[in-house]
Design a protein around this ligand. Structure first.
Ligand SMILES: *Cc1c(COP(=O)(O)O)cnc(C)c1O
Length: 396
């Protein structure tokens, strides 16, 4: 296959999809898969959502790209809607989550620079974090596997153990600029990061609080943003994945104060915030911010979690527990999660492996109750097949 001309950065499955509709993906030979991976929390409105399709078609016929040297009205509109619905006063648009996080990191450092403290550039992160694959964000994520072989780790990041307040406090010193967390770790295995106390801690030490809501954001957890569950607001926040509904885009959201030093020349992006991307972002918000949509996500999340919990209980050799919020769920597996995800595909069910041996369940936010029932059936069939494999392995 022609994939041999690609970088070998992914251990790809042979599955190739040619069509998508709602929660379903189809291969060329007509096999249908229930997509509870959603492009890793990207296809927030499922595949080929009619509103997104018509908005993209309309915008594509009108204007794709102009430089940020000009005023882009749709950018102002999307930014205003994001600010209206969140803590933020200012927005910078990017093309990806990694770039959104880079913008957060740069804004945090620049904030202290602007206050006459250029040596305050260090950002504290937590073990298990994932913030992207740029040289800066792999340093922030701190995972050896992603850093190995890429030269010196970018300085300015300190990592503390997960859920260890003492270690966190001990890590704060005169070089600390900010604390960066995902309210619920995604790649790390759907692990909620306790953060209720972080606002006070940051205020006491003059630090900025940065949330990475690239995966948790835009309705995924049953709130517009996951931090709304705790009521703790950040100074800076990176978003991406769900806001584009499949179109590559992201953003850095900031308070007035945290963005005040990002003046002309300090940062930029050729593609970020172009009219095509902005049309899509606005179209996603048309649906997600519509009355009752996010409440419905929360309700469906509870239903799905309960139903998964009973599958988990019936298959203790395969599954251990279910956790997560809204439609961002994780099943901690007893069997190897990679094998479970691959068996799921055999059963026409798509999910995503994560750290801590967790199977991520991330359906489109538009999933129906019928599709939830179908998913639970396929998850159960996956567990039954896994049990057979485990038994055969044990008796061999
Ligand atoms: C996916 C992800 C990123 C990186 O986003 P890219 O678009 O791949 O650069 C950063 N942070 C979190 C929490 C993510 O889930």
């Amino acid at each position: 296959m022609s994939s041999s001309v690609l970088f070998g950065t992914y251990a790809r499955s042979d599955l190739a999809f040619v069509k998508g509709e709602g929660c379903w993906l189809e291969t060329a030979d007509g096999r249908r898969f229930l997509d509870f991976a959603a492009g890793i929390a990207v296809n927030s409105l499922g595949h080929s959502h009619p509103h997104l399709v018509s908005v993209v078609q309309e915008q594509a016929a009108k204007l794709w790209h102009v430089s940020n040297l000009y005023t882009i009205p749709e950018q102002g509109r999307l930014a205003a809607r994001l600010c209206e619905a969140t803590f933020a006063d200012r927005v910078f648009f990017t093309n990806s989550g990694g770039e959104a996080m880079e913008a957060c990191i740069k804004a945090a450092r620049r904030y202290h620079y602007g206050k006459g403290a250029p040596d305050r550039y260090d950002i504290i992160t937590f073990e298990g974090a994932f913030h992207g694959r740029t040289l800066g964000t792999i340093a922030a994520g701190g995972k050896d596997k992603y850093l190995e072989g890429f030269g010196p780790k970018a300085p300015g990041f300190t990592q503390v153990p997960f859920d260890d307040l003492k270690a966190l406090k001990a890590a704060i010193n005169e070089t600390t600029a900010a604390i960066l967390i995902e309210p619920i770790q995604g790649e790390g295995g759907i692990r909620p990061v306790p953060h209720e106390f972080l606002r006070d801690l940051c205020d006491v030490h003059g630090l900025l609080l940065i949330f990475d809501e690239v995966q948790t954001g835009v309705g995924r957890t049953g709130r517009f943003f996951a931090h709304e569950w705790s009521g703790v607001t950040p100074d800076l926040m990176g978003i991406a994945k769900g806001i584009g509904g499949g179109f590559p885009m992201g953003a850095c959201l900031a308070t007035e104060e945290a963005s005040a030093c990002m003046v002309p020349g300090t940062h930029g992006s050729t593609f970020g915030g172009n009219p095509l991307a902005m049309a899509v972002g606005n179209a996603v918000l048309d649906i997600v911010l519509d009355d009752g949509f996010i409440e419905t996500v929360a309700r469906k999340g509870l239903v799905l979690k309960q139903k998964i919990a009973s599958v988990v209980d019936s298959h203790p050799d395969v599954f251990e527990t279910v956790r997560g919020e809204g439609l961002m769920l994780g099943i901690k597996c007893r069997a190897n999660v990679g094998a479970v995800v691959i068996e799921g595909r055999e059963q026409g069910f798509l999910s995503v492996p994560a750290g801590d041996n967790v199977m991520r369940i991330l359906p489109p936010l538009t999933v129906t109750d019928e599709e939830i029932d179908e998913a639970v059936k396929r998850l159960d069939a996956t567990a039954v097949a896994m049990e057979k494999t485990l038994e055969a392995g044990a008796s061999a």
